[in-house]
Design a protein around this ligand. Sequence first.
Ligand SMILES: *Cc1c(COP(=O)(O)O)cnc(C)c1O
Length: 366
Amino acid sequence: MDADSPLPASTTPSGLRLGTQAVHAGRPARTPDAPLNTPITMASTYVAGGDVEYGRYGNPTWTALEDALGALEGGRCLTFASGLAAVATVLDLVAHGRKVVAPRHSYTGTVMQLADLEARGRLVVELVDITDTEAVVAACTDAALVWLESPTNPALEVADIPAITAAAHEAGAYVVVDNTFATPLLQRPLEDDVDLVVHSATKYLAGHSDVQMGAILTRDDELYGVLKGRRELIGAIPGPFEAWLTLRGLRTLHLRVERAQANAQELTRRLEDHPALSEVRYPGFGGIVSIVLAQGEVAADLLSRKTRLWVHATSLGGVESTLERRRRWKSEAATIPDGLVRLSVGVEDVEDLWDDLRAALDGCVG
Ligand SMILES: *Cc1c(COP(=O)(O)O)cnc(C)c1O
């Protein structure tokens, strides 16, 4: 990306900038008549004697996606059937009875997995305020794994990843970052010495609200081997078509993130003094904005019904703008305000997004 780009100008180990890698990484070799894109390989088995052998062990379409995402995050990639399949695979590495430190406002599915594992005596969980670095560092002492999500979903809190990672390593704990919200274009945790990165590729990476996919990335060859073994054993593998769709989406990641971020920054500025709101939360980067309706739950539900362009739907990171009152889910943390609405800002024209949102918000005042 050029010097004027709103995205950081990091380069990948190959020396190419991230936007170029998003377009070019993971393509077939340039031989005459080769397709430019890796085809979808529908195969449950392969002719014996090669490296792959069976559908659960590998697939060329996964490999293309894993090469591309690996180039962006700067590590080796394994894809999974969903984000939560990737989360479960990482948590499965924690030895019986050991402690996991995690943000109290992590994605609800992650918190639910942790609670489920704790209830069954598998491991011990300590939920922390991820913005309180001192408290997180103190919690690391006897931890086996420190789970970070930054920014958190939907509170949008930001963690000091380098400081926490250093403290966790000092204590002998592994560190994982759920990088779903930031994407590798805005945050590259493996460069901060983080051991594992997890993605719900369902969101920005695939980017079109039409596929579920997860990923784990690491620079540690031993961890990579263990995780690949777990995927083979448990079988939470992606479908070849889903891998192809995700790779197709990844080709425009830089354009989508750049536009969504510009839209989110502009909307944040305009929302700041809207009388229907008591709070606007935006971490300064990315495409997610959380707003809190001054009149609470009723006003937030009203807003979800009143927009005509913004779609009332869960999930995030698609090209289309969506909104959702998060506490409509019983599993959402009780410390998230009742009237908090998470905006997933898409790539539409910002003026149309603003007109629709403002008109709906005007109907939610007092
Ligand atoms: C959606 C999400 C997940 C779970 O991903 P799925 O693909 O829905 O299984 C995990 N982490 C974060 C931050 C998410 O937003």
